[in-house]
Write a protein that binds this ligand. Sequence first.
Ligand SMILES: [Zn+2]
Length: 184
Amino acid sequence: MAVREILIYPQSKNELRAKSQPVEKIDKSLKHLIADLKDTLQAHENGIGLASPQINVHKQVVIVCLGYEQEGEWVTGPPEALINPRVIEAGDERRDFDGCLSFPGLYGETIRPHLLRVTGLDEQGQPFDRYYEGFNAVVVHHEIDHLEGVLFIDRVQSAKDLYTLEKNTRGQTIRVPFNAKIPG
Ligand SMILES: [Zn+2]
């Protein structure tokens, strides 16, 4: 379908903070939205999740790429849509890596559940009730947060947990603390 523009914080703060509404019908317009979300996510090499409000559509639809660890590397699978997702159990909170396509270049350590049980509808409109563990739980939790207008900067314990990645004079990638004050 189409690659859509991703809203960036803080320029699009109001849109990113707005709550999304439940999907009422599995129809053609929903299929188009899912296709656009997948295309937009796949246009970003490092993206593993995208929520519909990030393309300024306030519907309860998120795309996640679940993955697994193989020889120390995180291998991601194909994108899949979760419609009207609801967290019904959450546990095993831990600090883990986080980042967001609406905050280009900004990363952080957030506290999120590493065990999550979620209900909702799959792309075909079939109900599901699934458990997600480890980093998959982090990804799903991050995306569901977007539907409530909650952003990853809200899940850091302090601004000191945020950083950017830059190259030093030797060409090595290093973490640089993000000292600027985050608006809102
Ligand atoms: Zn995000």
